[in-house]
Design a binder for this molecule. Structure first.
Ligand SMILES: NC(=O)c1ccc[n+]([C@@H]2O[C@H](COP(=O)([O-])OP(=O)(O)OC[C@H]3O[C@@H](n4cnc5c(N)ncnc54)[C@H](O)[C@@H]3O)[C@@H](O)[C@H]2O)c1
Length: 329
């Protein structure tokens, strides 16, 4: 029986018991190789000749992909595939698979959690009490009632639309910007140009993928279009926001505050001034985090590998159309 070499380049959680169970029940002979904290040359050495890769944050670029002469699939632990050179994978005939939907509940809930924390001033008030104070004169502006405020959702896919559903249940009104959304499929949501969304929203939340079109989508000019009382939430990818411009805007009061689960550089430089601003909440890229989401993610990645090795199409292949076009050439 042919043995298949499957390489895990990186994954934040330890252990691969769920993946191993999926492999065991597939009937395939799979050798699972994990690359721990590898530098670039060790990564290249480990992945060369692999039959499948399972990847999380490691940069899978054209040089690395060029060595994958036997690889059927690069399966991403996650939704976003911005760390993988999709064109290079297509050129090599390799499918790039992701696991959509595994953390829609978690990311949408963390977005709402951020929104509530910002509105209810939870962090400054908790700091106020922790500093031994009490009373009705904490050093923060009083919130406006959340019901009736306007949430602008940028990127109205699985997560953005679930954020909208939850937000409307709290009495918020929702508008959205998404150049690819079909408005008829989302009754009750007004799709508007980005400039209008920025100018009108009390909260702007980003849920688009990181692509060449969305890199730096929110910079100094866009922040200046927002209301001084507005908040920016980013749970998509750090580089969608110009972080230097955001830091400046938060300092200067161009907008009132921000909540970020993702940053331009992860992990950030501990000296980064953004991390110490009073009007920003930062969490360490954990919005997808739950026991259930983690298990679904592992099963999804392992199943994509099994499907590809068995010659079946994995459930979610992001370069499916490009591979079909390549096959027709
Ligand atoms: N913080 C986390 O832990 C975490 C977890 C999961 C996903 N994410 C990020 O969230 C993103 C969205 O996830 P999803 O499951 O909703 O994906 P999705 O593909 O279902 O939705 C993305 C939406 O963005 C839209 N979009 C594409 N280009 C756009 C543009 N230029 N401007 C505005 N909208 C645009 C698409 O049309 C789509 O509707 C992922 O790509 C990933 O980067 C982050």
């Amino acid at each position: 029986m042919q043995r298949h070499r499957v390489v895990v380049t990186d994954f934040t959680e330890p252990g691969h018991d769920i993946e191993s169970d999926v492999f065991a029940s597939s009937g395939l002979a799979i050798d699972l190789v994990t690359v721990k904290e590898a530098g670039r040359s060790a990564l290249l050495a480990a992945t060369a000749g692999a039959h499948a890769l399972m990847v999380q944050f490691a940069r899978i670029d054209r040089v690395l992909i060029g060595t994958l002469t036997s690889c059927r699939v690069i399966a991403r632990y996650g939704v976003g595939v911005d760390m993988i050179d999709i064109d290079a994978a297509t050129d090599m005939g390799i499918a790039v698979a992701n696991v959509p939907h595994y953390c829609v509940d978690e990311v949408s809930l963390q977005t709402i959690g951020f929104l509530l924390d910002l509105n209810r001033r939870t962090l400054p008030l908790a700091a106020h009490v922790r500093a031994g104070r009490w009373g009705t004169a904490p050093p923060v502006t009083p919130p406006s009632r959340l019901r009736g405020q306007l949430l602008g959702v940028v990127g109205f896919g699985a997560i953005g639309s679930e954020v909208a559903r939850k937000a409307r249940a709290l009495g918020l009104e929702v508008i959205a910007y998404d150049p690819f959304a079909v408005a008829d499929q989302h009754p009750g949501i007004s799709f508007v140009p980005l400039t209008r969304l920025l100018a009108e929203s009390d909260y702007v939340t980003l849920h688009c993928p990181l692509t060449e079109a969305t890199r730096g989508l929110i910079g100094a000019a866009e922040l200046a279009q927002m209301k001084p009382s507005a908040y920016l939430l980013n749970l998509s990818r750090g580089p969608v926001v110009d972080q230097a411009a955001l830091t400046k805007a938060l300092r200067a009061g161009v907008i009132r505050g921000a909540a970020l689960d993702v940053l331009g550089t992860e992990p950030p430089d501990p000296a980064d001034a953004l991390l110490r601003l009073d009007n920003v909440i930062v969490t360490p890229h954990v919005a997808s985090w739950s026991i259930e989401a983690g298990a679904e993610l592992r099963r999804g990645v392992a199943q994509s590998v099994v499907d590809a090795l068995l010659g079946r199409e994995p459930a979610s292949v992001v370069n499916r159309d490009q591979l079909l076009a390549r096959a027709r050439r």
